[in-house]
Design a binder for this molecule. Structure first.
Ligand SMILES: Cc1cc2nc3c(=O)[nH]c(=O)nc-3n(C[C@H](O)[C@H](O)[C@H](O)COP(=O)(O)O)c2cc1C
Length: 325
């Protein structure tokens, strides 16, 4: 399948693995890229330019296919060395960057000069248009369903994707709630030129996370996510657990008086304990509603090959069949 996204990133299939904190290590990115998609290393999980440079080098040892790095601009407790991380990406020869969380205007000129393609992930049409106007090459349009930070507008992809298609000139991928060939074909129908998946890629053999995390995603239904930190306008979709229910109770009790310090125990520094140690009640971790569509733990190649094969059947048989008959 050829789209402006496969052409732009030099990949075989129009499938991207979104940056994921404590999941997007070299092993994850290389497995997705080796399967013909675009794997993404999560820059902030590495934290320092030196560690990121090392992770990029490790990924290059595992794949000769293109892969990218995610740079997230979110409120973090200690501000990372962004100029250093940008340097590590460029000097590492990475040709694709996924930015997210805030306007990437400050880093864009450096990537442009180095020939790095930038896909900005955002949750609204107005932010997508802003990304286009400042020179981003593509957008990842992240609907309300998504795992992680869906923004504050709460527009699901059935509306958001066609709205983006009506307004954007640059290509975009559909993100949030994507799991299978149906997701891909529907996204293409709504104007996207590929799809970005987060949660689905965690439940794969190669994802470098504890087995408990994969099992939790397989066990979860579409009813099992919650929105936390809405009172702080930093909404995050997470899988429910004891810590999340405690956090929500604090939100209810404190109302408009809630401060980040009140919930620090449930959100700060919990990712290594969950992703690496498998302590599933350690705190709030991002997970999409799409967990309800995830029932197995395939390899990345099985997952992507299966999606592409079934997408062809959907397009050539199911959809064309409606017309032929
Ligand atoms: C565990 C987890 C961690 C994530 N961490 C980040 C991150 O650090 N930066 C980012 O831009 N997006 C992050 N995301 C969002 C994903 O890149 C992707 O946009 C999202 O998962 C898409 O929705 P889906 O989970 O329904 O596929 C994360 C998602 C998950 C599930």
């Amino acid at each position: 399948m050829k789209t402006r996204i496969t052409e732009m990133f030099g990949i075989e299939h129009p499938i991207i693995q979104g940056g994921m904190h404590y999941v997007g290590f070299a092993e994850m990115a290389a497995a997705v890229s080796n399967a013909g998609g675009l794997g993404i290393i999560t820059g902030l999980t590495q934290g320092t330019p030196e560690k990121l440079a090392n992770e990029i080098a490790r990924c290059k040892d595992m794949t000769d296919k293109p892969f990218g790095v995610n740079l997230t601009f979110l409120p973090t407790v200690n501000s990372p060395d962004y100029p250093g991380l940008v340097r590590a990406i460029i000097e590492g020869g990475v040709k694709a960057v996924e930015t997210a969380g805030n306007n990437p205007a400050q880093v864009l000129p450096y990537f442009k000069d180095a020939g790095v393609k930038v896909i900005h992930k955002c949750t609204s049409v107005r932010h997508s248009l802003k990304a286009q106007s400042i020179g981003c090459d593509a957008v990842s349009v992240d609907g309300f369903e998504c795992g992680g930070h869906p923004g504050e507008d709460d527009i699901p992809n059935m509306i958001l994707l066609p709205r983006a298609a009506d307004e954007l000139d640059i290509p975009f991928v559909a993100s949030g709630g994507m799991a299978d060939a149906r997701s891909l074909v529907a996204s293409l129908a709504m104007g996207a030129e590929g799809m970005n998946m987060g949660t689905r890629f965690i439940a794969t053999k190669e994802a470098p996370v504890h087995e408990n995390v994969k099992k939790a995603i397989v066990a979860a239904s579409e009813l099992d996510t919650r929105l936390v930190m809405r009172p702080l306008r930093n909404t995050e979709r997470v899988l429910t657990n004891e810590a999340v229910e405690r956090l929500l109770e604090k939100e209810r009790a404190l109302g408009a008086d809630l401060k980040f310090e009140d919930i620090i125990e449930e959100v700060a520094g919990v990712y290594p304990r969950i992703m690496s140690e498998g302590d599933m009640d350690a705190g709030a971790w991002s997970c999409g509603m799409v967990a309800g569509l995830i029932n197995d733990i395939p390899t990345c190649k099985e997952l992507i090959d299966g999606i592409m094969a079934e997408a062809e059947v959907l397009i050539r048989q199911r959809l064309a069949g409606f017309l032929d008959s």
